[in-house]
Ligand binder design. Structure first.
Ligand code: TRH
Length: 386
């Protein structure tokens, strides 16, 4: 049976491990599958409160709800029973979460079997290409799961990108009034808007106090916009106040303002509005690449510094000829801390490299566009299995 677009059903199982990346990516995936491909999507989420942070129209007490055409089910546990009729044509387990055993048992009774995909994390490491689309047989049941990896090359699933994203970005960035109105809506004053503006989204252990000191003593005004909840302790220390939306302070050349934690769509507008974006994890990292502005990536920390390998792999591919960006990124991520970090020198070198980084972003986007968008690639792969 071919996966006819009009009748295809798809289920995504998402557990919010910590932070917002899991639900951020799954929600983006679900919206695009439904909105651009007409697929009937059911998104199973365990933590509706986190979901609501990035999409305010989500009800946190509903067992089932329709949000933007996507059926959202509150995933409460592993004990539910399912019939084959409950099983979708395509089943996606995000980051290898354990799908309810009853659902898997029902999958094994379906004829034809559903396409079962383990959606993996994004990495620039070379081994990803060899694992992308690999099959894995279920130990007991007649079921096969396939690994699907986002990535930066044609031998991977590519990057998530909505069909209208770049056109919407270009319209916004070509319209100073759109930026002014958007930032004003967040409480950013005209003076703050007039200075070079940085958005900050990082993990709490970022060396933020050091960077704030460089910006404070830099001699040229700089505005830093921080969504609520980001690096709360260090931002609070700088402000000398609770880092709640609207809290702000200017010390020396640096103005820091806490803005509300934004919807996913407004977060894109923030990235499009700023001259430099500090991003983290996976989804905001990809959004920064599509925003076309220079960005610094704070990678999700892993044990035994495994994330350092992943960071270097990306920097090697993206920033090979941008030494100022590499040096700054490594130190921002706590790599190569053998000698004391000269933050003023790192910031000066990064700033000097911004024109070359902007050039590289244009080239990088062309390369990424050539890989196709992840959702189309995923559907093509799923159809190839049926
Ligand atoms: O929140 P994160 O650190 O999520 C992490 C990473 O995804 C990591 O890879 C994963 O292993 C871990 O979760 C479990 O960073 P990320 O991936 O950028 O996800 C944040 C989401 O929140 C993203 O979709 C952007 C969105 N966001 C908003 O919607 N509004 C905001 O104001 C901000 C700052 C982010």
């Amino acid at each position: 049976m071919h996966l006819d677009q009009r009748s295809t059903t798809l289920a995504i199982f998402c557990k919010v491990v910590d932070n917002f990346g899991d639900i951020g990516i799954c929600w983006r995936l679900a919206r695009q599958l439904h909105g651009e491909h007409g697929i009937a999507v059911t998104l199973w989420v365990d933590d509706l409160a986190s979901f609501r942070r990035i999409w305010p129209s989500v009800a946190i007490d509903a067992d089932t709800q329709i949000v933007d055409g996507v059926r959202v089910v509150h995933w409460r546990g592993q004990d539910d029973a399912f019939a084959p009729a409950d099983v979708a044509d395509i089943v996606i387990e995000f980051f290898g979460v354990d799908i309810p055993p009853g659902y898997i048992a029902a999958m094994a009774q379906c004829e034809p079997r559903p396409v079962w995909i383990n959606y993996e994390g994004l990495s620039a490491e070379a081994w990803v290409e060899g694992c992308h689309t690999l099959p894995s047989m279920h130990p007991r049941l007649k079921l096969t799961k396939h690994f699907f990896f986002p990535g930066f090359t044609p031998q991977t699933g590519g990057l998530l990108r909505e069909r209208n994203l770049l056109a919407a970005r270009d319209r916004f960035q070509a319209d100073p009034a759109a930026r002014a109105g958007f930032l004003a809506r967040l409480g950013v004053t005209a003076d703050e808007q007039a200075a070079p503006t940085v958005s900050l989204f990082c993990y709490p252990q970022a060396p933020l106090a050091d960077l704030f000191a460089v910006w404070r003593d830099g001699g040229r005004p700089l505005t830093c916009l921080v969504p609520q909840g980001v690096a709360r302790a260090q931002v609070g220390d700088f402000l000398g106040a609770e880092p709640v939306p609207g809290a702000h302070a200017t010390r020396g050349s640096l103005s820091v303002r806490v803005i509300p934690f934004l919807s996913q769509e407004d977060y894109d507008r923030l990235l499009w509005s700023c001259d430099l974006n500090f991003v983290r994890g996976e989804d905001s990292w990809v959004r920064a690449q599509w925003a076309g502005r220079p960005f610094i990536w704070h990678i999700y920390p892993q044990d035994e510094n495994l994330h350092h390998v992943k960071l270097r792999a990306f920097l090697h591919k993206y920033a090979a000829n941008l030494p100022g960006l590499i040096d700054f990124s490594l130190r921002w991520n706590g790599v190569e801390e053998d000698a004391p970090t000269d933050w003023p020198a790192l910031w000066t070198s990064l700033q000097a490299g911004l024109p070359a980084i902007t050039e590289r972003n244009i080239e990088w986007q062309t390369l990424m566009l050539a890989n196709g968008d992840l959702v189309s690639n995923l559907l093509d792969f799923a159809r190839s299995l049926r």
